[in-house]
Design a protein. Structure first.
Length: 76
């Protein structure tokens, strides 16, 4: 029995058109839908609501809160 390779697909997050994983703009159906999605992120329509749980990131944030001068020195 010959195995056929299954191509994954999903719906474009912007317009819900079916998109194949082999598509040039995957996971979007077109560059237009990609730009619409990017615009929504830029305008704050999408928000990440869960807190950062990465231990390294949390340590870095705690360290910069303790010494506010550290961030200023980094960019001077």
């Amino acid at each position: 029995m010959a195995k056929t390779k299954k191509i994954k697909s999903l719906h474009c997050p912007t317009c819900k058109t079916l998109v194949l994983a082999t598509g040039e703009d995957f996971p979007f159906c077109s560059d237009r839908c990609r730009k619409i999605d990017l615009g929504k992120w830029a305008m704050g329509v999408y928000k990440i609501s869960s807190p950062a749980l990465d231990p390294d990131l949390l340590e870095e944030l705690e360290g910069s809160e303790m010494n506010p001068k550290t961030d200023r020195d980094r960019y001077e």
